[in-house]
Design a protein around this ligand. Structure first.
Ligand code: C5P
Length: 239
């Protein structure tokens, strides 16, 4: 398990490469990983991923693929060609799509992670989408991802404690929705602090605006790392 790995993944949600690379240069690739999402990838494409890799960072390509199995498999193969560390697909794409994605990633390629229910979904969104209870739905989708041989899931930190049995064997829990006590949630709905998320058994924490919008992002990341070091980390268990 990745206890000695950098636990924090900084979401580089910027409209262009210069700002993202400027921020990345202020961070240490031995201390954190970085995430390229839809905004930055739409603006800059694969070049920004290569630049970040050139700075020494492991890159999580967060494009949340969700399409027919053949299309998603091909996209996963191209992401693997880019040399990213992690890539994700939507678990709601279903078992055949998940299996196709799994098959498309070569051995030694990126970790393949399934997005369960977005951390921005609160009870009203779950009801509007007829998705039921978030804890139950996240567990069901996580089981689908595990059965399809994925390497883990993205969930909110609030669901992490209920998924501890799934972590046995190296299945990882990646949790965005990280906010310190009393901080503005922005558009997130199911949030916890770094300490709470790690204590609940998350493996990797995605932190965006609390670092990137801080007056001193390097200092904000250092504070996140210090909080992470103090947090208890449950060992995965098998049922
Ligand atoms: O700024 P903030 O910390 O809210 O950023 C969270 C990041 O994690 C964003 O880049 C968002 O796209 C991503 N993410 C998320 N919820 C998911 C999957 C990814 O918030 N379920």
């Amino acid at each position: 398990m990745p206890f000695e790995d950098p636990t924090i993944i900084v979401a580089l949600d910027f409209p262009e490469a210069t700002a993202a690379l400027d921020l990345a240069r202020r961070l240490d690739p031995a201390q954190c990983r970085v995430k390229v999402g839809l905004e930055l990838f739409c603006a800059e494409g694969p070049a920004v991923v290569r630049s970040l890799r050139g700075l020494g960072f492991d890159v999580f390509l967060d494009l949340k693929f969700h399409d027919i199995p053949n299309t998603v498999a091909s996209a996963c193969a191209r992401a693997a060609d880019l040399g990213v560390w992690m890539v994700n697909v939507h678990a709601l794409g279903g078992p055949r799509m998940l299996a196709a994605a799994r098959q498309a990633i070569p051995a030694g390629g990126p970790r393949l992670i399934g997005v369960t229910i977005l951390t921005s979904h609160g009870p009203e969104d779950m009801a509007a989408l007829a998705l039921g209870d978030s804890i139950e739905r996240v567990r069901g989708l996580s089981l689908l991802c595990r059965e399809a041989g994925l390497d883990g899931v993205v969930c909110s930190p609030r669901e992490a404690s209920g998924l501890q049995d799934l972590r046995a064997g190296g299945f990882v829990l990646v949790t965005p929705g990280i906010r310190s006590e009393g901080a503005a949630p922005d558009d997130q709905r199911r949030t916890l602090t770094i300490h709470e998320a790690l204590a609940a058994g998350a493996d990797y924490l995605v932190v965006g605006r609390p670092v990137t919008r801080a007056p001193d992002p390097a200092a904000a990341l250092a504070a996140c790392l210090a909080e992470a070091r103090r947090a208890p980390r449950p060992v995965p268990f098998e049922t």
